[in-house]
Design a protein around this ligand. Sequence first.
Ligand code: NDP
Ligand code: 8X3
Length: 260
Amino acid sequence: MQHSGRLKGKWVLITGATAGIGEAAARLFASEGANLILTGRRKQRLEKLKNALLKEGSETFQVEIRDFDVRNRGACRHCAESIKGNIDILINNAGLASGLDPVDSADFEDWDRMIDTNIKGLLNMTRFIAPRMRERNEGHIINIGSIAGHEAYPGGSVYSGTKHAVKAITQAMKMDFHGTGVRVSAVSPGLVETEFSEVRFHGDKERASQVYDTTTPLTAFDVAEIILFVVTRPAHVNIMDTIVLPTFQSSSTMVHREEK
Ligand code: NDP
Ligand code: 8X3
């Protein structure tokens, strides 16, 4: 892995680094020389990723892992307290959609899972990491939103509601840090081929693959590159949000599909 070193010496905490966008960001940020704290519930995946990054990369960056559930506030606090140094960049990426059912028949557990992870998990991590950013008068918080945070679609009432909340939280957080050097941004992608749909359809791989197979979605790396762009702007530049769609997607419900 070639280091260009733009993030050399920076400490970056990525939630949900065991798959998809979080994992791609970990790989890309490692290639920029960042020190990483990678989190997620699946410990074995974190260990595997850590070993792969350290093997491929030079010895000039460090990788730490923490396995916990962002819905568990105590575990989030414990993670933050276990970090001795300063976090320069917090990427609140852990999140999911669970189900695609209309509001009158959707599953209550799906709702709780999305609300507790996408909203409260993001808030938990921010609450425990951000105070030290304020103290130091620097830091950057990136919240992974979605096109679903800018528009709604049938079956997406709660997922879309959580991502609209991420948008509102990002705007208010920016105001909370008004006048400081702490930056707050969102990155809001459309369709990205990750484990997202498999999780949404409760492990139904065939249904999940149908979401991506007849179109050309974004890759997790595409989104990681956008995150990298956002965090590598000069200190006086704060990108508030970036909506990034595949060329074949024009809204949440308009996806151009062709048999491949
Ligand atoms: P993946 O399912 O591939 O990855 C999700 C990550 O979140 C995993 O690392 C998972 O880790 C972690 N995660 C989920 N729940 C929890 C939890 N309770 N505690 C800790 N970690 C958790 O999906 P994506 O990479 O696509 O999703 C990443 C983010 O991007 C999400 O916020 C999603 O809403 C957003 N997004 C995705 C889009 C898409 O089309 N894929 C489009 C727009 C936004 P583990 O299971 O090990 O805990
Ligand atoms: C994921 C994109 O359109 O499937 O946030 O909700 S979508």
